[in-house]
Design a protein around this ligand. Structure first.
Ligand code: FAD
Length: 453
């Protein structure tokens, strides 16, 4: 009898242990289920649906190359898989383990019909814990702990062929899923920057290996392509983290990058321990935080979302996000900090916006990073640490980055572009600063104090 391979965020053939195990066991039925029920409020956002459409197209083609096909179904994953077992007489479901709380529930519900494999992390999060079995709160301690567990073996090759079941179950068609935006098509800018799918992911990985040694210095400059831009490929599992790990020489030069890559593992360790980390403060004291709500706050939130805060570096980041589905890491920190501290708006509002706009939106990475910037999380970062957007902008030489994303400011000099208000040369079509830096900072500090007190 056939074996089902349940694809989720592991849309690849290389280093895909679930696929390999099924291929060795007999005929294979590869399945992808679009499940908008099980994740509840965390169903896939708009930008990711664009990515998913193209990534599934690519996976289906690659599976055809092995003599197989991809069966598409919609609905609650557990129900769909149970129905498929009934329909096909499949013996087992093979899948790679995932740590989103809804996937863990679904995995539990499937019980021993499901055979789980490790493949999404450098090391299984359960293994990298403190002496007493708790997840690490501090990243540097986690990194040390990881060293004993990084996969020593080389990533797995794809199966050479896949044997087909005697009868294929019915499949829906991708076009019926309406994953691509139409009216309006806000994703036109995505096409210019991104090619979803495994082949493109492997190409990007190979390109990055060539320039990995420069990462340490280049990654902080938002106008440069200094980071790998592998995040959406890694989120959708088009390339495995351990394949990327093994593609790099293990030298001091690549250590900064490997440390960033391991952040993915760290964040899943956090959500493994605290499944609702995306919805509640890591430290309860912040439940009393006097976040701004009302109409004024709503207006400010909108200005932040649309890149019209009057802070060029913030606006450039938010516009890059909207246009391309991605934002540079340094600028993610600046924009997030600005929303939470200067505008005193609940971090969860920003987290939601990112979830819908990011092509790499990831439950663990998004929630842990938002709470880290907010200082509300289980780690050691404090709310009172407030980033100064203007000096950040100058320090990371964001002039060219601003010129690219805020065309109203194109003509301004390097000296004026970070703060056109102050320089007295703000163009009419660019907004004044929504709040002064000092004013925002003081309001945030007072609010932070009220919580501690
Ligand atoms: P590189 O610098 O080349 O890093 C390589 C890979 O390591 C990344 O692709 C990513 O998988 C991982 N990585 C790097 N930095 C981090 C980090 N701080 N936390 C977790 N993983 C990391 N990343 C996401 O993948 N999804 C998110 O939803 C997400 N939301 C974020 C929200 C905020 C407020 C902040 C500050 C950061 C967020 N990040 C998120 C982390 C980081 O910004 C992105 O992973 C990175 O910018 C992706 O670009 P890159 O692939 O070029 O990264």
């Amino acid at each position: 009898s056939p074996h089902i391979v349940w694809f989720r965020q592991d849309l690849r053939l290389h280093d895909q242990p679930a696929l390999l195990a099924a291929a060795e066991a007999g005929p294979v039925i590869p399945v992808y289920i679009l499940d908008d029920d099980t994740p509840g409020d965390w169903r896939m956002g708009g930008a990711q649906r664009w990515w998913l459409h193209h990534s599934l197209t690519s996976l289906a083609k690659d599976l055809e190359g092995l003599g197989s096909r991809l069966v598409l179904r919609r609905g609650s994953a557990v129900d769909v898989l149970e129905a498929l077992i009934e329909e096909t007489g499949a013996e087992t479901i093979h899948a790679i383990r995932h740590y989103e709380p809804w996937w863990r529930k679904a995995e539990e519900a499937l019980g021993d019909r499901l055979c789980l494999h490790d493949g999404n992390h450098l090391a299984r999060p359960e293994l990298v814990t403190t002496g007493s079995g708790k997840p690490f709160r501090i990243y540097s301690a986690f990194w040390k702990g990881l060293q004993g567990h990084v996969p020593p073996e080389h990533p797995l090759d794809p199966p050479k062929t896949l044997s087909a079941p005697t009868k294929w179950p019915k499949s829906e068609t991708l076009n019926d899923w309406d994953l691509l935006p139409t009216k309006p098509d806000w994703a036109t800018g995505f096409d210019a920057d991104w090619v979803p799918g495994e082949a493109a992911a492997r190409e990007r990985m190979a390109d990055f290996v060539e320039k990995a040694a420069a990462y340490d210095t280049a990654r902080n400059m938002p106008s440069e392509e200094g980071s790998s831009r592998l995040s959406p490929h890694l989120h959708f599992g088009e390339v495995s983290a351990r394949a990327v790990w093994h593609a790099l020489d293990r030298t001091a030069e690549t250590e900064t990058f490997r440390k960033e890559l391991a952040w993915r593992d760290f964040t899943d360790g956090v959500v493994m321990a605290i499944p609702d980390y995306a919805d509640r403060n890591g430290r309860d004291a912040f439940d009393k935080m006097p976040w701004r709500k009302g109409a004024e706050a709503k207006k400010d939130l909108k200005a932040w979302q649309t890149g019209r805060t009057g802070y060029p570096i913030v606006d450039a980041g938010m516009r890059q996000l909207w246009a391309t589905g991605w934002m540079h890491n340094r600028v993610r920190m600046i924009t997030a900090s600005f929303l939470i501290k200067h505008l005193l708006i609940d971090w969860r509002e920003g987290e939601r916006w990112f979830w819908d706009c990011l092509i790499d939106a990831d439950y663990g990475n998004n929630s842990v990073n938002w709470q880290w910037v907010a200082g509300t999380g289980i780690d050691a970062n404090m709310f009172g640490r407030i980033m100064a957007p203007l000096s950040q902008s100058e320090k990371f030489d964001a002039g060219d980055y601003i010129r690219e994303w805020v065309p109203e400011l194109k003509g301004l000099s390097d000296a004026a572009i970070h703060d056109p208000d102050e320089a007295g040369c703000r163009p009419k079509d660019y907004p004044a600063k929504i709040i002064g830096h000092r004013e925002g900072r003081e309001r945030a500090l007072a609010a932070g104090k009220s919580v501690r007190g």
